[in-house]
Design a protein around this ligand. Structure first.
Ligand code: ZN
Length: 397
């Protein structure tokens, strides 16, 4: 079984070892060593990366017997002495997230008796799944602040984080936050005098190195409360990104950064007000246009008014047509020119008239449909309105 060097020293980045097995697989080679500082994916913490002699280590995992396997891109003979080196930046990031998780889970237990089941350290953020005593699956905003405050105060105490393998006798006396999930080789991780659980992961030697814990939020997932958080460098980067956005908003709104929420809120109020004003002005404009079209209409022998017009806005077709035919004895032949699509058409008439507008549209060669008093369609022929007008003048009794 591989001797796991990270158990005793999470800060060990280089080591010497001897190859004990090498297996060729469909995507490279898997080797085992007599000892390794490489952490295998387990307990929610992703594997380390780095190199073994000249080979790049792309994956590290553990088999059922406790052997650690390193996936590399070229074979190494059994018995070869190798030099291993782990990617420290990646490892330390995982140590900060994992150490922070212990502090957070301990604080959740102390404040709310929330029981943490599992950790997942993702590429972007980390999560823990928690069972609350009353079964709820969210924390209130104030509770998140309270939890964040306690967890960060424990970080700021900068107390040692210690990992060791106790004897069964000692184990029986330890005040663990939860029962270990295994029975053999139980490794205990403790932080100050406020946190103690069984864990095989890598953590900083001092809570101070976690730097900062930021809770991002809680959400229900499969009946449990999922809490997402960032620690250390990740929390700092997140703060920097948010500050950049807040700064931009503050400058754009010309309000101090502390007041951007009110700034955005009053901007939205203004926008709603302006939208109302625009709606009102549009209605007024449509009324004026309809009136002006009616003034210029041809009056036929029976008093029917014939309006023929090409409008600039397609959106106005319906509104203007409806206003025109709300008057007595009006026929409206309206169109609006669309780029490459020809004319959008709307032929409509007042209720008391009997011309069939759909038939008129089709008789003039346009595509369209609708009711006898209100037809919509289109035509490629830009002379269609004139054609429809002549047709009406010639065919009306
Ligand atoms: Zn741990």
């Amino acid at each position: 079984m591989t001797n796991r060097l990270y158990y005793d020293d999470s800060y060990l980045t280089q080591f010497e070892a001897v190859v004990t097995a090498c297996i060729e697989t469909h995507n490279g080679y898997e080797i085992s060593l007599d000892q390794s500082a490489f952490y295998p994916t387990s307990g929610g913490q992703p594997h380390d990366r780095g190199s073994i002699s000249r080979s790049i280590v792309v994956d590290v995992f553990c088999d059922d017997l406790g052997e650690i396997w390193h996936r590399i891109d070229q074979p190494l003979s059994v018995g070869t002495k190798v030099h291993g080196e782990i990617d420290w930046q990646r490892r330390f990031d995982h140590m900060q997230q994992h150490g922070g998780e212990h502090i957070l889970a301990g604080s959740l237990w102390d404040l709310f008796r929330g029981f943490t089941h599992g950790l997942h350290i993702g590429n972007e953020l980390s999560t823990i799944d928690v069972t609350m005593p009353d079964g709820r699956t969210r924390l209130e905003a104030e509770e998140c602040l309270e939890l964040e405050k306690l967890a960060n105060s424990r970080i700021q105490q900068a107390v040692p984080m210690r990992a060791w393998f106790p004897t069964q006798q000692e184990l029986n006396t330890l005040p663990l936050r939860k029962d270990p999930t295994t029975h053999k080789n139980i490794r205990i991780v403790a932080a100050g005098d406020f946190e103690m659980v069984a864990c095989g992961g890598t953590h900083p030697d001092n809570t101070g190195e976690i730097g900062l814990i930021k809770i991002l939020g809680t959400a229900p997932v499969r009946g449990k409360l999922r809490l997402s958080f960032l620690c250390g460098e990740r929390a700092l980067r997140n703060y920097q990104t948010l500050m950049q956005s807040a700064n931009m908003i503050s400058t754009a709104l010309s309000v101090p950064m502390q007041e951007i929420a009110q700034g955005v809120s009053s901007l939205l109020d203004q926008q709603a007000q302006l939208r109302e004003e625009i709606k009102h002005l549009r209605q007024e404009q449509v009324h004026l246009k309809a009136k002006s079209l009616l003034d210029k209409a041809i009056t036929l022998n029976d008093g029917t008014k014939l309006v023929k017009a090409q409008l600039s806005q397609e959106t106005e077709l319906k509104d203007i047509a409806s206003l025109l035919i709300s008057e007595k004895r009006v026929i409206a032949l309206l169109g609006s020119l669309q780029k490459e699509k020809g004319l959008r058409l709307l032929f409509a008439r007042s209720k008391e008239l009997d011309e069939d507008m759909t038939a008129l549209m089709r008789d003039c060669g346009a595509k369209g449909g609708g009711r006898a008093d209100f037809a919509q369609g289109s035509s490629k022929d830009v002379n269609i309105l004139q054609m429809a007008k002549s047709y009406l003048l010639n065919h009306r009794h």
